[in-house]
Write a protein that binds this ligand. Structure first.
Ligand code: EPU
Length: 416
């Protein structure tokens, strides 16, 4: 099993390019199910989750090929409307095939994802929404079995704004009969990206990016030819990496408009961040300042940046309070950071982080994607060597992370 070894203390310098957004790429790939033709997607990141989604789509009968950021997906025929447990258990985003399969074929059998390292993560709101559109859904042997003649437009209110729930229902509603209103919908840029992709296929969608989305169903959709937006969490992770090392870097091919909450909070820590078009310039201070943060749905501070922010606060001047409002168990990185000398206490959903002068390298274990990114960020500033185990988590969501960091001057290597 691969590990990443980091010798801390190098100030990052130079320039890095951001890859396509994983959490846009996954739903856009499943949108290809909606059209009986050959779809093309570009700026796809070469990640483990993308190949898992490719295998899942192949399993449905879709021809999938992927090279140099470009994928072709031929959904002429759907042979088997089923997402098996083996694939779903390794990637919860597999549930994104539920809405499109039901809309295209009138049936879907999708393994119910279990709990995961960051929380229980139910999908009751996806199911409730599809039922409201007329689907008959039952659960047997750990699988959701869904059936519908043709889905019907409906007014669907989400108790909690859910990103993949909004995406699943937006895709289902695109081929439904009549109009669907999604209320209290998620506003994340990835939802907007999927809406733009669907619109390019001929769907009628208004309001994506706001909490009310109106979709008028159409009979059929054309294949996709679409470019994925830059990954805002990868961008934020590189800003954090520059900040913690007191570095000075340029981040290219990103979208600063998607980064407002992250930029504002990171500037409060003393970092200098400026931007022009799709380039961010970031300079870390001599010493970071402690700042409180609360995770919120977009445009609030993203839960996917909480762990990396905590790494910064672990070495900041003062004490900060970090509150996680989205997932109930997203503090798995804390125990590992403590092994590096961080002083962090957790009470309910809040971590109190008392900044220390220096973190110390240690063997640590990655527990989920963003937790592993935070350990990497912490390791860049730690004294001595940190060995991060189970880096398959990081490979799910960061393209060539160690190569990109090495080019910025970090002492990082993969140990296979
Ligand atoms: N929720 C429910 N019922 C549902 C759906 C969600 O109670 O039916 C709850 C969740 O348990 C959670 C909250 O609603 O407390 C929000 O979860 P959401 O559904 O928005 O999360 P998700 O769609 O499963 C996506 C990203 C996550 C990211 C979250 C929050 C993808 C593929 N995944 O997950 O990304 O953390 O939104 O922004 O888009 C990651 O990339 O590391 C990652 C975990």
């Amino acid at each position: 099993m691969d590990k990443i070894a980091v010798k801390g203390g190098k100030k990052l310098k130079g320039s890095v390019s951001i890859s396509g957004a994983k959490n846009s790429a996954l739903p856009v790939m499943t949108a290809s199910i909606l059209s009986a033709g050959e779809s093309r997607i570009s700026n796809l990141p070469a990640l483990r989750d993308i190949s898992t989604m490719g295998r899942l789509l192949e399993n449905l009968g879709i021809g999938f090929s992927f090279k140099k950021g470009k994928a072709s997906l031929n959904a002429e025929k759907i042979i088997k409307a089923e997402a098996p447990y083996d694939l779903v258990k390794t990637m919860r985003a597999s549930v994104l095939v539920l809405g499109p399969l039901l809309a295209r074929t009138g049936k879907a059998k999708v393994s119910l994802p279990g709990g995961c390292a960051i929380g229980a993560r139910p999908i009751n709101l996806h199911v409730k929404g599809l039922e409201k559109m007329g689907a008959k859904i039952s659960l047997s042997d750990g699988y959701i079995n869904a059936k519908a003649r043709r889905l019907k437009g409906a007014v669907i209110y989400f108790d909690i704004p859910t990103v993949t729930g909004t995406e699943n229902l937006m895709m289902a509603a695109s081929l439904a009969e009549g109009e669907t209103l999604l209320e209290n919908a998620a506003c994340e840029p990835e939802v907007v990206d999927l809406a733009d992709a669907l619109i390019s296929m001929g769907a009628s969608i208004e309001g994506a990016g706001t909490s009310i989305i109106k979709i008028k169903g159409v009979r059929s959709l054309s294949p996709l030819d679409y470019k994925i937006i830059p990954d805002r969490i990868e961008t934020g992770t590189f800003i954090a990496a520059a900040g913690i090392t007191g570095g000075d870097i340029e981040i290219k091919s990103c979208n600063p408009d998607h980064m407002v909450s992250v930029i504002v909070k990171l500037r409060e820590t003393g970092m200098e961040i400026s931007h022009e078009k799709n380039i961010l310039r970031v300079k870390g201070p001599e010493k970071l300042r402690a700042v409180d943060v609360r995770t919120m749905p977009y445009p609030g501070f993203p839960t996917d940046m909480q762990a990396q922010f905590m790494a910064l606060m672990a070495v900041a001047d003062g004490t900060s309070m970090i509150t996680e409002n989205i997932f109930e168990n997203r503090f798995m990185h804390v125990a590992e950071m403590r092994r590096m000398g961080a002083k962090i206490k957790i009470e309910n959903a809040t971590a109190t982080v008392e900044g220390v002068e220096k973190l110390k390298g240690a063997p640590v274990m990655a527990t989920d994607l963003r937790a592993s990114a935070s350990l990497l960020v912490a390791a860049l500033a730690a004294e001595g060597e940190t060995i991060i185990d189970r880096v398959y988590h990081i490979d799910r969501g960061y393209e060539k992370i160690e190569e990109k960091l090495m080019r910025l001057g970090a002492d990082v290597r993969r140990v296979t």
